[in-house]
Design a protein around this ligand. Structure first.
Ligand code: BGC
Ligand code: NOJ
Length: 811
């Protein structure tokens, strides 16, 4: 069953049934200022940091689940309704929610009154606009009443949800003309406030929640709306809100437009006040007047569209399958921007208070984003590397507002450092900007402890070399990519976190996943050293890579697949000898990508085992058989019920590792089959089971041993986005940036006739046409660049600003 459809022309998903199986959301904003918006208007807004600068309140895990947001109430005669269906929830004559690129548009109509709400955040602006259009489609005059509604958050979202003894006394607002200002704590240490305005005189307002709603009502029937008259309440403590009240008269066929704005302002300390206790409103006024007419708003909306045209114009394909095209050309790239911005902080599954920017997460997110805005990628790499220590280890997370490492979470996740090699080489390959390597980058955010970025990469590489275990395999530390494989933790206390609690001393558990990762990015490191003339270093590093390959062959092979780890006691994890968890996906992915033992058939055997034991109808599960009891020596992984999350769930992030592994063997049919199993647009018809948005990847789909296989959770913020984009574009379609050109090496389903890709790379436009006359999966007979054959599969960097044709004949 479907709840809407794709509109590829407009790059939108159009939801036509508001009762989706879960809130289907969108993100507004591209830099600094962000909102989350569900298909019924739920969600919230924040500036930079979803924990420290939350502007509007949102209650997670509410009843019903998505209750609270930015709402409008329309009172037309005796009928009250909302254009996004919620919160009033009376059936509409027409409902439509269009989630587009950084905007959402609601259209609701009832009794021949049409209301459209367009929500977006203009580029480089610290405010969200709601353009509201009301139209009388009836033959009679209509006199309607419109109420807006938002609920302020008292800034620190965690405190806001916990510290009520204080919070209920701190709230402060001001109202002037049509603007409601939220100024809680402004009189002390804060130099920022928020406001909610409308570009028209109002007939009233409310700022005290209980006055507006009534203590015993729900959001669907606020007192003020029922009575059809606002009460001009001014909040002192308790829960401040902002609601405008407007009376609107419409002739038959008449249409009116209103511009609402939710904005955020920072003022200099010396300019905080207009007069005693009266805040300086000038900055807010300036923002409001920047968008006080529909024309100005339309222009900003157009600019946003152009911005996305440019971003998405850098890679686009024609494959003959609309489902694939819309993933690659639109939604997967869009999601990559969102994961770049949010890391794992704020979604409908991540509360915005628990997690900042992840070291490994943000590095991986870059591989799906770097082609879009390389300058921002460069800055991000710098920020991430600044949270590293001299020995290569690093903070696992940092807060976006302060950019400082998060001490409460700590470090010692031993895969973390290696991802810096991935992001850095991806950036240089995309841009050709080697100067990043010479940039002086602090350790632990201390400018006095700066070294070149190259030295950071070196520290990352040697962090593995310097932390090997008894089998000369990498020590896992707290955990590797799999946060839940806590082999040195031994936790018996349900009140402690597996991620942060003290590990058992002397832990020597080793990870085959890090081993594979090290071989892949160790080779990259060697290649980079060679490319920048560090020959001695390249040679030295190569020895360590070779040693690792040997260690895997000697101690990491189980006969038919790669082991996953050695535990604290030196016992095998992920072996046919184990009763449960006999085989794991991560080491199969990384060791096959690293092509360890390919010549001995190990890669092929490993991937065949994945197919046999891990693959199922909905994707590839993480491990099999899933754990059915708690193994104290394994940690959190065995806490999850079988088939969920890291315990036998389809953890979509790691499925592309197998797809890429398959391309190493040239098995394009299999690689693409895995791709289509988890690509959301291919699952649209399954929406009822899948539950989450059909336009973005989710972190997890319940696996074959789960209670409900195929049911997905945790959409949006997952490394799945960037890895799938990377796998499909660079390994399956096989067009990948290299230091000196664009490498062409497709590995596609044999039944394909070919495909086209337009790729803007280093300011050069390549119109690539891959033809597959012999219906094979891999292999190139000929490449013609502007009609002339080249004898390499790397297309050089051609004349900038021009379009060039690249014809690839497979064979
Ligand atoms: C989840 C992991 C996640 C970790 C973050 C665990 O509970 O299962 O997916 O990475 O928390 O701290
Ligand atoms: C989600 C986390 O964000 C990521 O860092 C981790 O690698 C995966 N879960 C797997 O545990």
């Amino acid at each position: 069953m479907k709840y809407g459809h794709f509109d590829d022309e407009n790059r939108e998903y159009v939801i036509t049934n508001p009762k989706t199986p879960y809130p289907w959301i969108n993100y507004l904003g591209n830099e600094d200022f962000f909102s989350l918006t569900s298909n019924t208007g739920g969600g919230y807004t924040f500036y930079k940091d979803a924990k420290f600068r939350r502007l509007t309140r949102y209650r997670y895990n509410n009843i019903p689940v998505d209750n609270g947001g930015k709402y409008f109430y329309v009172k037309d005669g005796d009928t009250t309704w909302s254009p996004g269906w919620k919160p009033v929830k009376i059936e509409l004559d027409h409902y439509e929610c269009r989630h587009g690129m950084s905007y959402t548009k609601f259209r609701g109509s009832k009794n021949k009154l049409e209301v459209e709400v367009l929500q977006f955040i203009p580029l480089s602006f610290w405010g969200e606009i709601q353009k509201v259009k009301v139209k009388n489609a009836s033959p009679d005059i209509k006199k309607i009443k419109l109420f807006s509604f938002i609920e302020w958050c008292l800034w620190n979202a965690e405190d806001d949800m916990t510290n009520f003894q204080r919070n209920f006394s701190t709230g402060e607002v001001e109202v002037k003309d049509s603007v409601i200002y939220h100024k809680t704590e402004f009189k002390e240490r804060r130099n920022h406030y928020a406001f909610y305005s409308v570009n028209s005189p109002i007939d009233g307002y409310d700022t005290d929640r209980e006055t507006f709603i009534g203590l015993y009502n729900d959001l669907d029937s606020p007192d003020v709306v029922s009575q059809g008259q606002s009460k001009n309440s001014v909040a002192h403590g308790w829960s401040p809100i902002a609601s405008h009240y407007l009376e609107i008269e419409l002739e038959p066929g008449e249409e009116k437009e209103l511009i609402f704005m939710l904005g955020y302002v920072e003022v200099e300390k010396v300019n905080k006040w207009e007069s005693k206790s009266v805040i300086n409103k000038q900055p807010a006024q300036d923002m409001i007047s920047a968008y006080d007419t529909a024309d100005k708003v339309d222009k900003a909306f157009e600019d946003l569209r152009t911005y996305w045209d440019n971003l998405l114009g850098k890679i686009s394909i024609e494959s003959g399958d609309a489902r694939l095209d819309r993933m690659v050309n639109i939604w997967n790239q869009y999601q990559c921007m969102v994961t770049f911005n949010m890391s794992r902080s704020a979604s409908f599954f991540e509360s915005g208070i628990g997690r900042g920017m992840g070291f490994r997460d943000s590095n991986q997110d870059l591989i799906g984003f770097v082609h879009q805005i390389p300058e921002r990628a460069r800055e991000r790499i710098y920020d991430i590397a600044s949270t590293q220590f001299e020995d290569g280890s690093c903070y696992h997370q940092y807060q976006p507002l302060t950019k400082k490492g998060n001490a409460a979470v700590g470090g010692n996740f031993n895969d973390d450092p290696l991802w810096l090699i991935l992001s850095t080489t991806a950036y240089i390959k995309e841009t050709g900007d080697f100067s990043l390597l010479d940039e002086m980058v602090p350790f632990d955010n201390d400018p006095a402890r700066s070294k070149s970025h190259f030295e950071h990469l070196k520290a990352s590489f040697y962090h593995v070399v310097n932390n090997l275990g008894p089998h000369k395999l990498p020590l896992i530390g707290r955990a590797d990519w799999n946060d839940c494989l806590n082999l040195n933790c031994f936790s018996e206390d349900p009140n402690e976190s597996f991620q942060t609690t003290e590990n058992q001393k002397g832990g020597t558990a080793e990870s085959l996943m890090i081993a594979g990762l090290f071989v892949v990015y160790g080779k990259e490191y060697v290649k980079l050293c060679k490319r920048v003339g560090k020959k001695k270093e390249a040679k030295k590093a190569q020895v360590h890579v070779d040693d690792m390959i040997e260690a895997v062959k000697a101690h990491g092979w189980d006969g038919d697949w790669y082991l996953r780890a050695y535990d604290y006691f030196g016992n095998k994890v992920g072996s046919s000898e184990n009763e449960e968890g006999k085989i794991f996906i991560e080491s199969q992915g990384w060791c096959t990508m690293a092509e360890i033992g390919k010549e001995d058939g190990m890669v092929e055997k490993s991937l065949n085992a994945v197919k046999e034991y891990l693959d199922c109808d909905y994707g590839i599960v993480l491990n099999y058989p899933a754990f059915t009891k708690y193994y104290i020596e394994y940690g959190e992984i065995s806490t999850y019920p079988a088939g969920y999350k890291e315990n036998g769930g389809i953890f979509c992030h790691n499925n592309p590792w197998i797809m890429i592994g398959e391309t190493m063997l040239g098995r394009g049919d299999q690689a693409y089959d895995y791709y289509t199993k988890i690509a959301p647009s291919f699952l649209e018809d399954l929406s009822e089971l899948h539950k989450v948005e059909p336009y973005v990847y989710c972190q997890m789909i319940a696996g074959k041993e789960a209670h409900k296989p195929g049911e997905a959770k945790n959409s949006w913020l997952s490394g799945t986005a960037s890895w799938n984009f990377y796998a499909i574009t660079q390994y399956i379609l096989g067009i990948s940036p290299e230091y000196d050109g664009l490498a062409i090496n497709p590995c596609i389903p044999s039944k394909w006739d070919g495909f086209k890709m337009k790729r803007v790379f280093r300011d050069v436009t390549y119109n690539i046409h891959v033809k597959n006359p012999e219906h094979i999966s891999k292999g190139i007979k000929k490449i013609l660049v502007n009609g002339i054959a080249i004898n390499s599969n790397i297309v050089p960097i051609l004349e900038k600003g021009k379009e060039h044709s690249v014809e690839v004949i497979m064979g």
